[in-house]
Ligand binder design. Structure first.
Ligand code: NIG
Ligand code: FE
Length: 410
């Protein structure tokens, strides 16, 4: 079945091929075709170009007059499987408590751990599915989902099974990540090394065997997991054939990025605090920096210094970090807007960071991230808008009219 999308006001992120992640000034260019067509066959893009070259051989057609097409957002960092909410902590922060003070009192991540352990798999699935459906309507076509609110083998496997069920039931492409080292659970209080041992000797081997995780993550941060502990976790993951994506430099810079680059970690995520040494370390390897602007927005912490990263000729990805504590939103349109407004990324840079570059952070660049012949037909159609700048400019509006995932209208 061939479907022609015609009279597209502007078709964005068209790339004949993509051989490498965009770095530095390469991110300034968002290639597009005005007055374009897009031809898909079943779930695959088979041609695109100017309307004067539009094909005549197709089975059905969609008039896209006045509207724009962008490949689906790729949200490379989320925690959308969780129970309950942290609305009270939100108010506690407004009243003056910090994220760290709330954690020291046994709240924060541990609040969500207690709720998750008491929740049934079915309840977790239903809540996560509802979140995922909202994100699909907002333009997300590929998503990474982490565990990390179980912190025991049993509860982490429960989370990973929920992610697997989402993979089976939704057309969005999902990558899953085991985040056992997210916080120290109550049963290991005062015995952090025992918990790291449990992660490395029991959890990672079982989880690798289960095939339920694509990646391993850890929260490398003062008061959470040290550089050496995280290195041990990353090395264990590597031994079991799993790459790592690491939470690092959210609140403090403790040379974690250097270790991540040395260990060939796939991505380092957060980076609200970045030193010159961190930049130098990133320049030495292939580890991808990922910024989470709406986390900075929600808990009022510094924004990742995007300009500094791009001036150093590095790549940059943006993702939502959707989670109950620091970012209870996965709206990638707002992530793009926040990157533009607060991190001084141009809209072109922000869309590149949320589509093509993000595909590399999830190793899905062969199939997603651009309008390229042979890639999956996963994209969104906007309302009638003047230019694509409308998405970050009208930051509170949803300007997405319809969504296609793997060739199917959602
Ligand atoms: O990415 N910083 C670590 N993990 C999450 C927050 C988790 C939570 O507060 O529940 C983050 O911000
Ligand atoms: Fe996170």
């Amino acid at each position: 079945m061939k479907t022609l999308f015609y009279n597209i006001k502007e078709l964005f992120q068209v790339r004949e091929n993509n051989n490498a992640i965009l770095i530095g000034s390469e991110m300034k260019e968002l290639p597009s075709i005005k007055n374009a067509f897009l031809l898909i066959e079943n779930d695959t893009i088979i041609a695109y170009g100017s309307m004067e070259n539009a094909p005549t051989d197709f089975d059905q057609s969609v008039d896209v007059s006045g509207k724009m097409i962008m490949p689906s957002y790729i949200d490379s960092h989320t925690h959308i499987v969780y129970a309950g909410n942290r609305e009270q902590e939100f108010v506690d922060r407004i009243n003056g408590l910090s994220y760290d003070e709330i954690y020291q009192r046994g709240g924060g991540i541990l609040n969500s751990v207690e709720k998750l352990r008491n929740a049934s798999e079915e309840e977790l699935y239903n809540n996560a599915a509802q979140r995922l459906e909202e994100l699909i309507a907002l333009g997300t076509g590929v998503i990474e989902i982490k565990s990390g609110y179980g912190l025991s083998l049993k509860a982490e496997l429960k989370m990973l099974r929920v992610i697997k069920k989402l993979q089976e039931n939704y057309p969005v492409k999902i990558k899953s990540t085991f985040l056992g080292a997210h916080a120290i659970p109550p049963e290991f209080k005062g015995n952090q090394s025992g918990f790291v041992e449990a992660i490395c000797n029991e959890m990672i081997p079982e989880i690798a065997k289960s095939g339920l995780a694509d990646y391993v993550d850890a929260f490398l941060e003062t008061g959470y997991f040290t550089v050496d502990e995280t290195r041990k976790i990353v090395q264990t993951a590597t031994k079991y054939g799993l790459k790592s994506k690491i939470h690092v430099n959210q609140f403090t810079a403790i040379n974690g990025i250097e270790m991540c680059v040395e260990e060939n970690v796939l991505s380092v995520d957060h980076l609200e605090i970045v030193t010159d040494e961190d930049i130098k370390a990133l320049q030495k390897g292939n580890t991808i920096p990922v910024a989470l602007p709406t986390c900075s927005y929600f808990i009022s912490i510094p924004y990742t210094p995007a300009r500094k990263i791009l001036e150093a000729n590095l790549p940059l990805v943006i993702a939502s970090d959707y989670n109950p504590g620091t970012t209870p939103s996965g709206n990638m349109n707002f992530v793009v807007a926040t990157a533009c407004i607060k991190m001084k990324m141009t809209p072109e840079e922000a869309f590149n960071a949320a589509t093509l570059n993000a595909a590399y952070a999830l190793e899905v660049d062969k199939d997603y991230g651009s309008i390229t012949v042979g890639k999956k037909a996963s994209f969104f159609i906007t309302n009638s808008i003047h230019s694509i700048y409308a998405i970050p400019y009208n930051f509170g509006s949803n300007l997405i009219e319809s969504v296609y995932l793997n060739g199917k209208k959602q």
